[in-house]
Design a protein around this ligand. Structure first.
Ligand code: AMP
Length: 405
């Protein structure tokens, strides 16, 4: 066991259908334990984890809930790591939506829990899962109950101008009910933007970049002079890019059509747009990008799905260039798809050649499995792949909040 084991932070990211967790030292960035539970509520739920370099994989069961999975993590994975647990100084929870009231990371108390609860309608798939994680961790680790920190996806977007965050609906809906664009994935966009400032040797506050976080959830942010000036996710994480199972942008009239002409209830439509659309809906087969990569050139439904995904992404990149005040330092790809799928980067950038992008195939193909680097060639505008590390970002933020106390 590592003798320097100290000041460890447990990071919990309870998603809608998966749970990511990690224990790490925010100062030296060393990860002692990390893991992932996938396919909650499906026929087979698996957990993969890695502790001190050793990898494990197990089937937990079928139709596994967040509670069951968290109990497994606590009782079967963490309990055996007494030395690591003894050195925990805090717990950082990813929370997707802070609603209108919470603007930055904060220590969790009953008021904060109420605000997260109040914002459930703004992140109906995510905030309830985040709350389950917070409740179980506080119950199971009472000695750390005052050391739980909520790190919000929405914090990064607090300085967005009104022109970006307002919807063109009666203004009163914003003033009275907080209906506006809030954004999500802010922790990841902020992390890769910071990494980009190091790679480009530029001060963060003079950075002009476009960051594309492409995972099962996907979003894009325009960052000008180090401030996020627009982003694709909206009131909820449903708006914007094509995602694994979420539709992203659509004509709101589709909802009226489904309701009035197809007799689908609002609940049914919510499920269709959040869980049965995106890549899964377009292909009718899968939302796993490994499937699309393998089948793009062979199966019509795979090509159709990927082409819609890239078309939407190219349009956003092109439109966000107009927010860059005459200088774009770089475009960044990150997330499970952004970091691992050269095909997506190639298709997206090839349709942007008119705007000065030229991919280098060799660089592009080599940027996979956590590698970060340039994928374009001179005289192209620079495009980088940068591996995100939301767990590290949450651990560092948690540590900052605990130190401020
Ligand atoms: P995330 O939500 O960031 O964890 O990303 C999940 C998405 O990334 C899923 O669509 C995965 O299929 C995709 N993904 C992760 N690793 C790979 C890989 N090595 N090759 C292709 N797609 C991948």
């Amino acid at each position: 066991m590592d003798k320097k084991l100290n000041n460890l932070i447990f990071v919990l990211n309870c998603g809608s259908s998966s749970i990511k967790f990690a224990i790490l030292n925010p100062n030296n960035k060393k990860k002692y334990l990390s893991g992932l539970v996938e396919c909650l509520f499906l026929s087979e739920t698996y957990i993969k984890w890695q502790c001190l370099g050793v990898k494990y994989k197990k089937k937990i069961g079928s139709n596994v809930s967040h509670e069951d999975a968290l109990n497994f993590i606590i009782d079967k994975v963490l309990k055996k790591q007494e030395d690591i647990l003894k050195n925990l100084i805090g717990i950082g929870h990813r929370v997707v939506h802070g609603g209108a009231k919470i603007k930055k990371s904060t220590l969790i108390n009953n008021d904060v829990i109420k605000c997260i609860q109040d914002a459930v309608s703004f992140a109906p798939l995510h905030n309830p899962a985040n709350l389950i994680g917070i409740k179980i961790i506080i119950e199971k680790y009472p000695s750390l109950s005052r050391k739980n920190v909520a790190v919000f996806d929405t914090s990064f977007y607090q300085k967005m101008p009104e022109t970006s965050f307002l919807y063109a609906i009666p203004y009163n809906f914003y003033k009275k009910y907080g209906i506006r664009r809030y954004g999500a994935h802010g922790t990841s966009h902020n992390y890769v933007a910071y990494q980009a400032s190091i790679m480009l040797n530029k001060k963060f506050k003079s950075l002009n970049i476009i960051t594309c976080h492409l995972g099962n959830g996907a979003s894009i942010s325009a960052i000008c002079n180090g401030i996020c000036v627009d982003t694709s996710m909206g009131l909820t994480p449903l708006e914007g890019l094509v995602m694994g199972t979420r539709s992203g942008d659509l004509d709101p009239s589709i909802i009226f059509f489904m309701n009035k002409n197809l007799n689908l209830s609002i609940n049914e439509i919510e499920i269709i747009l959040n869980k049965k659309s995106g890549l899964l809906g377009l292909s009718g087969i899968s939302n796993d990008f490994r499937y699309f990569e393998k089948n793009y050139y062979f199966k019509k439904h795979a090509k159709r799905s990927v082409d819609v995904f890239c078309h939407r992404l190219s349009k956003y990149i092109a439109s966000y260039m107009s927010l860059m005040e005459n200088r774009l330092d770089a475009v960044i790809f990150t997330g499970g798809i952004g970091e691992n799928v050269p095909l997506i980067r190639e298709l997206t950038l090839s349709s942007l050649s008119i705007l000065g992008f030229k991919i280098n195939s060799e660089f592009n193909l080599s940027m996979i499995r956590g590698k970060s680097g340039l994928i374009t060639e001179y005289p192209s505008r620079p495009v980088f792949v940068i591996a995100t590390d939301e767990e590290l970002a949450i651990a560092q933020e948690t540590n900052n909040i605990l130190n401020k106390k």
